[in-house]
Ligand binder design. Structure first.
Ligand code: PNS
Length: 160
């Protein structure tokens, strides 16, 4: 039986740290569904459609990776797509507390999905979408930290 993993997040925007985890997951699971959260309570910089486009372009080389979006509970979405694994990245110990809370709550909500924590490459351990937006907003250099297409779109957003 094939193992499907869901990799959820805001991806506002996708960074090379996310891509690194997608690559690692793609090599270990039969299928990876990258799931963008449609969250009405957060005000994202990029629309879900824009985030989808950026993720689609950045993952073109991975045949077993699909991009989707969801609202509602993650465990319900996982069940919908037949996933038995939730992938979450842990960069530093500071991520752990929140991730542990979410993983245990998701386990309580559904015994059919298991959270698997993965570590991105050390070179991306300081990277976050939030920092990328902050640096881009002030005209700082983000080359090598996000896909080129994302870098271009960030420049467009902040020079308009
Ligand atoms: O990239 P993020 O913002 O850290 O991702 C957070 C995400 C999308 C994984 C989390 O907010 C989520 O799963 N939201 C869906 C609603 C849900 O299932 N909440 C209960 C989690 S215990």
């Amino acid at each position: 039986m094939e193992t499907i993993a869901v990799y959820p997040g805001s991806f506002d925007p996708v960074t090379n740290g996310h891509i690194d985890l997608i690559q690692r997951s793609s090599a270990r699971f039969d299928k990876v569904v990258v799931a963008i959260l449609r969250n009405a309570s957060k005000t994202p910089l990029f629309s879900v459609e824009e985030r989808r486009e950026m993720l689609t372009a950045a993952t073109r080389g991975f045949e077993n990776v699909a991009i989707d979006d969801f609202s509602g509970l993650l465990v319900d979405f996982a069940e919908q797509v037949g996933a038995s694994v939730i992938i979450r990245g842990i960069r530093a110990i500071s991520d752990y507390e929140y991730e542990l809370q979410m993983a245990l709550m998701n386990r309580r909500l559904s015994s059919r999905v298991e959270t698997v924590f993965m570590l991105p490459a050390e070179s991306y351990s300081f990277l976050s979408s939030k920092l990328i937006k902050e640096i881009a907003c002030h005209g700082g250099a983000i080359g090598g930290l996000v896909p080129e297409d994302v870098e271009r779109r960030l420049k467009d957003k902040f020079t308009r």
